[in-house]
Design a protein around this ligand. Structure first.
Ligand code: ARG
Length: 401
């Protein structure tokens, strides 16, 4: 009896050819697994493609809720933004897909898992490191990395073996999408000097084409997690979906960056992440109101560390558990509401409030309600400036600052 392999299956050309190749060249019985993290695909269509390519069956997992609750929202609470720009949509989905692969392999009695990543990207690292952490006994096979076929050769292979090729008008870009964002690479985007053609964008209108009237949204948070939209309690998946629409219509969420991949390459990446960009801005604004200066300073450093960890495929590690424990603790008071104005590509914070707010009007105001003790200011400055005066005196005449 043939050994079984569970293959992460998207329904595209690469993974369809991979089904056949694993069966033919590898001698495996192929079980295709599609993890739905919010991409726009039809289950029936994906299933019929998998079967036509030679899979014994397709397992379809609706993981949208798990993805948002257990991967996206913790990253949001952490403030994770890779290199200050990328909200990590693709990167966050990989450990979840790896976990589903490992679980399915065990349930099906498979000895291996397969994926369709190339040998140059981050995704192969994230998937394999995660599978190694969760199910070290499984063999990992990466046909697209191993075979030496370019696109043309793959299409020829598909035609030769009557695998239905999903190219009506196949995009010249490589696209990955889920609820947290859309990642676009390849084609003309590989020239970092060249402005991305408008056709690469699907979730956002061009900021210049966005409506003249702004849209306002109010996002409610509890302990750092979004719980309501415009005053209505909203489940995580609906909240993210809805915000992708509202903010996308206003042209919010486009990112064009040169990014440092884990494998050492610099690459030009385009992202669309309307909900992510809006929620990250809102969350940070609420932290500004509810965390102390010291908490905010350390939190900003943890956010960077957290983003690196996600990007680098280290989700299933003790280091992550430690960082997550800090983040959760730091979010105890991050409860309240943020109001944003979405307009011509910008998400601007225009209001924030919280029952835990540290903002004290009677301390901040310049009008008659002022309670701040100004008479203490000279004494404070005297002590604060002490080391500065001492040093200035003692080392006078040396290098000018
Ligand atoms: N550069 C991004 C990342 O590493 C996006 C990768 C997109 N993946 C893809 N298969 N098109 O997270």
């Amino acid at each position: 009896m043939a050994e079984k392999i569970v293959l992460a299956y998207s329904g595209g050309l690469d993974t369809s050819v991979a089904v056949h190749w694993l069966k033919q060249e590898g001698g495996y019985e192929v079980i295709a697994l599609t993890v739905d993290v919010g991409m726009q695909r039809q289950r029936e269509e994906v299933q019929s493609r998998a079967l036509a390519a030679g899979a014994t069956k397709l397992i379809w997992r609706d993981a949208q809720e798990t993805f948002v609750r257990h991967f996206v929202f913790p990253a949001l609470a952490a403030g994770a933004l890779y290199q200050g720009q990328y909200p990590l949509a693709t990167a966050l989905s990989r450990p979840l897909i790896a976990r589903e692969l490992a679980e399915a392999a065990r349930a099906e009695g498979a000895t291996a898992i397969g994926h369709g990543c190339t040998g140059k990207g981050n995704d192969q690292v994230r998937l394999e490191v995660s599978v190694q952490a969760l199910a070290p006994e499984l063999r990992i096979v990466a046909p697209v990395r191993d075979w030496e076929m370019d696109r043309e050769a793959e299409i020829a292979y598909a035609q030769e073996h009557s695998i239905p090729v999903p190219v009506t008008h196949e995009s010249p870009y490589s696209v990955d999408e889920n609820l947290w964002g859309r990642s676009i690479e390849c084609g003309v985007l590989e020239d970092p000097w060249r402005e991305p053609p408008e056709e690469v964008y699907e979730w956002t209108v061009a900021p210049s084409e966005a409506p003249d009237a702004p849209a306002y949204v109010e996002i409610g948070f509890e302990r750092g997690l979004p719980v309501s939209l415009d005053g209505r309690e909203t489940d995580p998946v609906s909240l993210v979906r809805r915000l992708n629409e509202i903010a996308g219509e206003q042209g919010v969420g486009r990112v064009d960056m040169v990014e440092d991949r884990l494998v050492g390459i610099k690459s030009r990446e385009i992202y669309e992440a309307p909900a992510a960009v809006t929620l990250l801005a809102a969350h940070e604004a609420l932290e500004a109101l509810t965390l102390s200066k010291d908490q905010r300073r350390l939190k900003a450093r943890i956010a960077q560390e957290y983003a690196e960890l996600i990007y680098n495929g280290l989700w299933f590690t003790a280091h992550h558990q430690d960082l997550a424990a800090y983040v959760q603790s730091a979010q105890r008071q991050v409860t309240g509401t943020v109001r944003l104005k979405l307009h011509k590509g910008m998400a601007t914070i225009v209001g924030r409030k919280s029952p835990k707010s540290l903002y004290d009007y009677s301390l901040a105001t310049y009008d008659s309600a002022d309670q701040f003790d100004r008479s203490a200011a000279p004494g404070f400055i005297h002590i604060w400036g002490l080391p500065v005066r001492v040093q200035a005196q003692a080392q006078k005449g040396e290098e000018p600052l």
